[in-house]
Design a protein around this ligand. Structure first.
Ligand code: GDP
Ligand code: IMO
Ligand code: MG
Length: 433
């Protein structure tokens, strides 16, 4: 691939890559690029609510559960214990990849202890959103919240159960019974045990060859000196602890989640890369202080910023350095990968949020009270746009000077250095700084 080079900075050893905003920062693209220098790529949280887009040439791949590293031959990919897995969805994803000629045999592994997402989780997800009405979260309706809920309540079923047929049958029967009574009470249609059992048994059989003790597998890989790349899903402000609760997902999307979701201890992690767009997007409900119709209309008119999982139009806004500074703090970001720089190519004056104002009170951090955050008005600094195409730039010097100033300014405000600048979805449209 032209331009398919690796950076001078050592991005490898064990690297955690996290979304530093509200998800969809371009993690899939950056993971694909960095996988070149890694041996193992691991997903550690989330489920098929994630949609990670990778372009290789003209071919577009959207990964939901399978790590984006699968697209490079010879790399080991692991779906770790912290992920919630919809087995039927995963089978479809694997079949889709096989159809496109991607190798999965012998290089894709699924944790025995990952929790399983069932149709009642999806149904409950949808019903809870209806009940919430105007206060809905705007979930992906993939059953993620209810599945993590079962995990926390210690009533979930795991992959190891799915692939143990006799036990699984008994467990599923009880779970369907329990959940059907809840669904009936909510006025929703109960599920057929027979149908769910048939579909999940078939998926279990298909997935069995991939199932492994991934904690042991990862530690053995480390003992052999292999480098691991941890592929975060969602983003910092969707984190169950550090996000804009309750408008969040149900897992730890921040760097700590990579440890608990894989079984790799913190002291074995070497660095954290934070991926962020040169502006901000969010899909679903909840506060987005810098939201701007102007930038949303511009990006949507370019056919950009439609969700990779649900197809929903993403909400868009200016870069928010209050938020990105917070992301650096909670993740310990060493280097930034700034994507979608080309999205700002035509903007005359670019705004960057440098503080929030709620009446007379000014914040230089993200307030925890969701009502306060929703009321906050951004305080902006302005930067002259570069008004030139950037998608052909392949070195830092080839970027327009005003683009470089902008990137340096947002990195300074964020408190981390720029490691990667991305000017298009392609592998080659990546600048190592
Ligand atoms: P993820 O969930 O973080 O992996 O991000 P998504 O794949 O959901 O959304 C990011 C979108 O931006 C995808 O369509 C990518 O192909 C695209 N993308 C990533 N980096 C760039 C970039 O630098 N420029 C452009 N134009 N598109 C990019
Ligand atoms: P990637 O990995 C963007 C959002 C949903 C909703 C909230 C809760 O592609 O960046 P959930 O279905 O998880 O219960 O929804 O989180 N959300 C995402 N937004 N990117 C994602 O993943 C997301 N995964 C969940 O839109 O607001
Ligand atoms: Mg996405």
């Amino acid at each position: 691939m032209p331009g398919d080079t690796l950076p001078e900075i050592d991005f490898m050893s064990n690297t955690i890559l996290v979304g530093a905003q509200w998800g969809d920062e371009g993690k899939g693209k950056i993971i694909d690029v960095l996988t070149k220098g890694a041996d193992v790529v691991v997903r550690t949280q989330g489920g098929n609510n994630a949609g990670h887009t990778v372009f290789i040439g003209r071919q577009k791949y959207v990964l939901h559960l399978v790590p984006s590293g699968i697209l490079r031959r010879g790399k080991t990919c692991v779906i770790g214990n912290g992920v919630v897995v919809d087995p039927v969805g995963l089978v479809e994803e694997i079949k889709g990849l096989r159809k496109l000629g991607v190798t999965v045999d012998g290089n894709l592994f699924l944790s025995e202890t990952a929790h399983v997402v069932f149709p009642y989780h999806r149904e409950l997800d949808a019903q809870r959103e209806v009940i919430k009405g105007l206060n809905k979260i705007g979930t992906t309706k993939r059953g993620i919240g209810p599945a993590y809920g079962d995990k926390a309540a210690r009533t979930g079923l795991r992959v190891i159960d799915l692939v143990t047929p006799e036990k699984f049958k008994r467990q599923l029967e009880a779970k369907i019974k329990e959940n059907n009574s809840i669904l009936r009470a909510l006025g929703a249609k109960p599920l057929s045990f027979k149908e769910v059992h048939r579909a999940y048994r078939a998926a279990g059989d298909y997935l069995k060859p991939f199932v492994a003790n991934t904690v042991v597998l990862l530690h053995e890989a480390m003992d052999r000196g292999k480098d691991i790349l941890f592929e975060g899903a969602q983003g910092t402000f969707l984190d169950i602890d550090h996000g804009t609760y309750p408008f969040v997902t149900s897992s730890n999307t921040t760097a700590g989640g990579a440890c608990t979701g894989s079984g790799i201890p913190p002291h074995r992690m070497d660095r954290v890369v934070g991926v962020m767009k040169a502006y901000t997007t969010r899909v679903g409900e909840g506060p987005l202080p810098t939201e701007s119709a102007e930038i949303a209309d511009m990006l949507h008119a370019m056919g950009r910023e439609f969700g990779a999982t649900t197809g929903r139009a993403r909400r868009c806004g200016w870069f928010d350095s209050v938020a990105s500074r917070h992301a650096t703090m909670v993740n310990g970001i060493d280097a930034l990968a700034i994507t979608n720089i080309d999205g700002l190519d035509t903007v005359e004056t670019i705004r960057v949020c440098i503080g929030y104002r709620d009446g007379r009170k000014r914040y230089d951090y993200v307030p925890n009270d969701i009502e306060v955050l929703s009321r906050c008005e951004p305080v902006y600094a302005e930067f002259a746009g570069w008004r030139a195409p950037t998608h052909r730039a392949r070195t830092w010097k080839q970027l327009p000077p005003k683009a470089r100033s902008y990137l340096n300014a947002i990195a300074d405000l964020t408190g981390a250095k720029v490691g990667i600048a991305s000017v298009g979805p392609g592998r080659d449209q990546t600048i190592f700084v």
